[in-house]
Design a protein around this ligand. Structure first.
Ligand code: F6R
Length: 614
């Protein structure tokens, strides 16, 4: 949440900052601002609203300078407003700061600073930092970088920070704990971003800051990184930024979300590339080979994740328990860490995260590690925090996901979970070769079948019209399609603002059935074979109460089709793999409903892509 960009070098800073902010807007978009050192002074421009609105305003000003910082905000403390927008300035207007994270002890710090005469203009937690740094800088007679370091030893919370001062016009001070920050190293210039997207077109040489780092960048000096607590210098570790500029563009689609839905055949194929060889009956995930024995001997798997990734985790539970026959628990990362869970050294924790920066998931991983469990990551963003703090893992290779509602990341996560379960099952001997061969053959077909499913787009667009004026919707699924029902409901509510609930179909009669009337759309996933008749009965129960049935069935189904108001037919696969197909129409449905309702599909209200606060 919140995006940070900064530049120092010989180029004009503003175009780099504003382009970077546009790329980072998925991290928060309620207000934005920049500060640039202009003729020995700080020029600061901030606006409530989008980066485009900020840009429009700045176009009317003469914004020029070679060192600057920019921020796009997702409000935590204080409503979205130009006053609460970053950057925040010191009392004399000579120091500017931008921040991603939360300062947990900001209230006592604010009280102390107020007593010392500092005046606060915003309601943010960030403003305490700039006054604290300024206070130390003035009273301890130290340089600004040292003042930042000392200040941070008094701070509890999470932060990625960039700080500039009118008195040091070529310098940017950076610090990181808990929120991501990377430095792009150019020739006599530095590009800073919350991720690689503002950096990639200028340089591929990057340094990922680590928790506890404070860094000083200055084009005329060597990059300097120190540890905040012990003040010891570190050698910067240069890495190659793996990111493709084309992946960051919409490629002719109206929205990133639609582009990402349509990218799924490629994304799933990339998740399997080099890992699945049906001819040779091989499934191998290089990233976890060293830990495979630990996984095979695990007492149980604990999957920790949030939101859509948590839904993928529940699909994983079905896959692992069915194929590997080891118990699985799926936990909301946020609940797991605060409920004093029992964790054993022979537990294997699997953390799933698209961004690799979700604060709750990171905290759950740290807890599991502290108890001696093995932690495996399934991440999309390469070199993200989670991919670095887990002992081993597998990337999903879905490519950058910009639309705030997760789509291709979900199917790629399910693909990797399926590969993991299949590889372990074969080695554990819980799956006969014939059955293993049948499943991997079906898995190999999935990208083609997703392509086929995407051809239903026009039909689903029509069905979406039925939802436009609805206030509620129910999604039902059984077995491995129960988490798909949860995911379908989440997609609808987060981008179209229609209240939607997902339930295991059989749970309906234990309460939710009271909601059914002629106004209620009920989306039913009816592809599973084992419980097909039971689902048919659940559909009858809805029809008897005049609910409207929108069904997802296997191609050729006539019974459920005949009972439905609308029916979407998807290709046939084995039951355990159906989420890879049945989730696609639900993504398209949510997308078209949101477009018809005039919602901001890629940037739904109140949300941000990367939830780096707890
Ligand atoms: C929903 C969505 C969120 C994320 C959740 C976890 O469409 O995107 O629910 O799935 O915030 O994020 P990651 O996977 O980045 O840890």
């Amino acid at each position: 949440m919140c995006g940070i960009v900064a530049y120092t070098g010989c180029k004009e800073a503003y175009p780099i900052l504003i382009k970077g902010l546009k790329r980072l807007e998925y991290r928060g978009y309620d207000s934005a601002g920049v500060s640039i050192i202009q003729g020995g002074e700080l020029a600061t421009y901030k606006q409530r609203g989008s980066v485009d609105q900020l840009d429009e305003f700045c176009m009317t000003q003469n914004v020029t300078g070679h060192t600057g910082i920019g921020h796009t905000r997702w409000a935590t403390h204080g409503e979205p407003s130009s006053t609460n927008a970053h950057p925040h300035l010191s009392a004399d207007g000579r120091i500017a700061i931008i921040h991603n994270g939360i300062i947990e002890n900001y209230l006592p710090l604010r009280k102390e600073l107020t007593q010392r005469g500092y005046v606060f203009h915003s309601e943010t937690d960030t403003e305490v930092l700039v006054h604290l740094i300024d206070d130390i800088h003035k009273n301890e007679q130290c340089d600004l970088a040292e003042a930042v370091r000392i200040a941070l030893t008094n701070v509890v919370g999470a932060y990625a920070l960039a700080i500039i001062s009118a008195d040091e016009p070529d310098q940017i001070i950076l610090a990181k704990k808990g929120s991501p920050l990377l430095i792009g190293v150019g020739k006599d210039e530095y590009f800073i971003g919350s991720d690689g997207s503002p950096i990639v077109e200028y340089t591929r040489k990057v340094v990922y800051l680590e928790d506890g780092d404070v860094a000083v960048v200055n084009p005329h000096k060597k990059l300097e990184i120190k540890n905040i607590n012990d003040n010891v210098k570190k050698r910067p570790y240069l890495q190659k930024l793996e990111l493709n500029l084309e992946q960051l563009e919409k490629g002719g689609f109206e929205h990133f979300m639609l582009k990402e839905i349509f990218e799924q055949p490629r994304a799933i194929k990339d998740s399997m590339r080099g890992r699945l060889n049906v001819k040779k009956d091989i499934v191998a995930l290089g990233g976890i080979i060293e830990y495979e024995q630990k996984m095979l001997n695990a007492r149980r798997f604990i999957i920790v994740a949030c939101g859509t990734s948590w839904h993928a985790g529940i699909v994983g539970e079905y896959l692992f328990e069915n194929l590997v026959r080891i118990p699985v628990e799926v936990e909301y990362a946020s609940e797991f860490r605060y409920r004093n869970p029992l964790i054993y050294e022979d537990d294997v924790v699997i953390a799933i995260s698209q961004s690799g920066e979700t604060a709750d998931t990171i905290a759950a991983i740290e807890l599991a590690k502290s108890k001696g469990a093995t932690v495996i990551g399934i991440c999309n963003v390469v070199s993200s925090t989670i991919s670095r703090i887990t002992q081993a893992g597998s990337y999903t290779h879905a490519g950058p996901e910009i639309g705030v509602a997760s789509t291709k990341a979900f199917t790629a996560q399910v693909t990797v979970l399926a590969l993991m379960a299949l590889s372990l099952a074969r080695k554990k001997g819980t799956l006969p070769l014939s059955e293993y061969h049948r499943i991997i053959s079906c898995l190999e077909l999935i990208p083609k079948q997703v392509e086929e499913t995407l051809k239903l787009n026009d039909q689903i667009k029509e069905i979406a019209k039925f939802f436009v004026n609805k206030r509620n919707a129910i999604y039902l699924g059984r077995g491995v399609n129960y988490p798909v029902a949860l995911e379908g409901a989440l997609k609808l509510k987060e981008i179209s603002y229609i209240h939607a609930e997902g339930y295991p179909a059989a749970e309906m009669k234990h309460g939710p059935i009271a909601l059914i009337d002629e106004e209620m759309p009920v989306v039913v996933l009816a592809t599973e074979q084992d419980t097909y008749e039971k689902t048919v009965s659940n559909i009858q129960e809805v029809i008897s109460r005049k609910g409207k049935i929108i069904s997802i069935v296997t191609k050729g189904d006539t019974l459920v089709k005949g009972m439905s108001d609308f029916c979407i037919e998807i290709p046939e696969t084995i039951e355990l793999l159906t989420p890879l197909l049945s989730s696609i129409p639900l993504q398209l449905l949510a997308y078209h409903v949101a477009v018809l309702r005039g919602c901001n599909v890629d940037k739904p209200r109140n949300l941000a892509k990367s939830v780096s606060v707890e």
